[in-house]
Write a protein that binds this ligand. Structure first.
Ligand SMILES: [Zn+2]
Length: 345
């Protein structure tokens, strides 16, 4: 896998609704790795091989990240914001941020004080971003209402192949689906293989809806991140015993197709790869739920990368898990045939 490209993606801002810069990088990267690379009106980038095959498999990883959006500017020139997606407001005070404006990135500092630090009920609308502006008029020369904001952080390598950064959720997934498609191309997959880096998963699910409605896949797989129980995570009882570095995670849930899970397990076995299993009740909270309900209905599975501290600026994942996930999904593409029958009996 191309680690430099992955890190480039992880260092790019892509708050939900403002994914264009990142999507363009994926579009350019995939040009020589697929038969066809397209972008739609929302900015979803879909790469495909064997496009004349009537049997289509669609993998989706979302390109958007959670963050903030500027809602107002105070008379003192500080920015007020709302949340885009499921942020933890208490993680922002005292940190540097990037504001993605029409003229490029400008930097800000999120106000903090002893009283702010003690406020555990903090909401996004309580945050104030100091950009060094003299007053509202000065600030509005640079910032427009609706501009998006992320932490001013980049990805870092840790021990044992671990990485930490903001929004590994789910730029890891967007990267994985593209690398899996390129690998399936090399390995000679025969069915129609499609990989999409979707927009808007953290907010509306519109990217997965547009793409799945247009591709009309026979099978869809969402590739996202999942909670672990290995380090300040949630209890084994809630999701299963999931750890970073122990392989891709297959999800059991009422809507996930059991035969697809079995096919994924068969692929892992063939590759001699360790995988993990999680359980989820109800919906998965991923693009899988959206793709499932397009057209006449699409059977789906969910493959996840184990991730510590999800939706925090220091998410932790493993490069080995990313590599294994690419290998597993490439193998899945290759194992699919046009006569694949998913009926349970
Ligand atoms: Zn996600």
């Amino acid at each position: 896998m191309n680690k430099d490209f992955l890190f480039d993606l992880l260092n790019t801002g892509s708050v939900s609704g403002n994914e264009t810069v990142l999507e363009k990088k994926i579009y350019d990267y995939m040009q020589d790795k697929a038969d066809e690379v397209t972008v739609d009106e929302l900015g979803n980038v879909t790469a495909a091989i064997n496009t004349t095959s009537p049997f289509k498999v669609l993998l989706a990883g979302h390109a958007d990240e959670i963050g903030l959006m500027v809602t107002a500017v105070g008379s003192d020139g500080t920015l007020m914001v709302t949340n885009i997606g499921g942020i933890y407001p208490t993680t922002y005070p005292g940190h540097k941020v990037r504001i993605y404006t029409e003229k490029g990135v400008i930097y800000g500092a999120v106000a903090n004080s002893r009283s702010i630090a003690k406020n555990t009920e903090l909401s996004a609308s309580d945050l104030r971003i100091d950009i060094g502006a003299k007053d509202r008029e000065d600030a509005l020369k640079y910032v427009a209402l609706g501009d998006t904001v992320t932490f001013d952080t980049d990805v870092r390598e840790m021990l044992n192949g671990c990485i930490t950064g903001r929004a590994l959720d789910d730029r890891l997934g967007a990267f994985i689906v593209m690398e899996a498609l390129a690998e399936a191309h090399k390995r000679g997959a025969s069915v129609g293989c499609y990989a999409v880096s979707t927009t808007g998963e953290e907010t509306t699910g519109n990217g997965a809806y547009f793409t799945s409605s247009r591709v009309k896949p026979n099978i869809a797989i969402a590739v996202d991140v999942t909670y672990t129980s290995d380090n300040c995570g949630i209890s084994d009882a809630l999701t299963g015993e999931i750890a970073v570095g122990k392989g891709p995670v297959i999800c059991n849930n009422p809507s996930i197709h059991k035969k697809l899970n079995q096919l994924l397990r068969d692929c892992a076995k063939k590759l001699g790869m360790q995988i993990q299993t999680e359980a989820a009740n109800g919906r998965t909270g991923t693009d899988g739920d959206t793709m499932h309900r397009t057209g006449i209905g699409v059977p789906f599975a969910l493959v996840s990368i184990p991730l510590r501290y999800m939706h925090n600026p220091d998410e932790v994942g493993s490069l080995q898990d990313v590599e294994d996930c690419i290998d597993l999904l490439a193998e899945f593409f290759v194992s699919c045939t046009e006569d694949l029958n998913l009926r349970p009996f």
